[in-house]
Design a protein around this ligand. Sequence first.
Ligand code: UT7
Length: 319
Amino acid sequence: MTYARIVATGSYLPPRVVKNEEFAARLDTSDEWIRERTGIRERRIADPSQASSDLALEASRAALAAAQLQPSDLDLIIVATSTPDYVFPSTACLLQAKLGAGRCAAFDVQAVCSGFVYGLATADGFIRGGNAKRALVVGAEVFSRIMDWNDRSTCVLFGDGAGAVVLAADSAPGIHASVLRADGNYAGALSVPGNICGGRIVGSPYLQMQGNQVFKVAVKVLDEVARETLAAAKLRVEDIDWLIPHQANVRILEATARKLGLPLERLVVTVDHHGNTSAASVPLALDEQVRAGRIRAGHRVMLQGVGGGFTWGAVLATM
Ligand code: UT7
């Protein structure tokens, strides 16, 4: 039996730090409101010269270096992003060329904040099916580009960044189970409902969100999908060493851990200093914990996504 194992992680944050006070200085908001309602203190914002593929490149190089692999060793590159460099070609193809990764398969996954988990589950399928031996899965976003910077209800929430993992085929798990779900009936609750038509943007190019509705659905489905994934892996909540849900709001993270009956010490929180980086949030949080020496080989980690679509999902892996 062949399994996929996460053998290395990497991440990249743009250097510019934007603290809550910057918003409070020009909008009707406050550091106190943002901290209390979301847990966010600060986020990183990319330079206008940096595209998602540039952030992805830095995170991928770090992950490949940690794996002691060359770009040419890869059979597959998946980039999860909702802020691609172009309409096409895919950000994964641009990343492949920047890395010098040869002619391996490369494509993007569009599942908004669940994109990394969707990408990981997809790469797991490639490896278990014998169609790839080594895969790079990246979440990379520049959500600062799709913010209405005058809308206090959304612009304070998001940040930019990228995270990456290298997966390799192994005779032992690795990834035990993954569950992916979606419900397109909620499409209007979280969207950027614009497109390009005849040389013009038609509709809105800015993120719109029914925050309250998203909040309630997120807590419900993160709990459900964690339990479904544990059942598929024939494991119990007590078997989870670390829970890494999509980093949207510390209240959603803590509610999820509480519903599962998981001690808060096992919950990974990075939203306080990353903000919500959409598809990048889970691999960014994973890499931060790995490099801090908290998540180590043998630890069991539940990774969870939830976001626009709606989409949600979870991957349970032994590191
Ligand atoms: O990444 C995909 C997943 N995304 C999420 O999971 C986000 C989920 N949603 C949330 O995290 C929360 O719903 C928010 C943080 C977006 C909002 O928190 P909330 O506790 O649900 O607040 P609310 O939307 O019910 O708004 C409460 C009040 C409103 O004022 P009124 O109508 O009560 O007078 C808002 O206008 O807070 C106001 N408000 C703000 N006030 C100060 C909204 N944004 C701000 C702000 N500063 N930045």
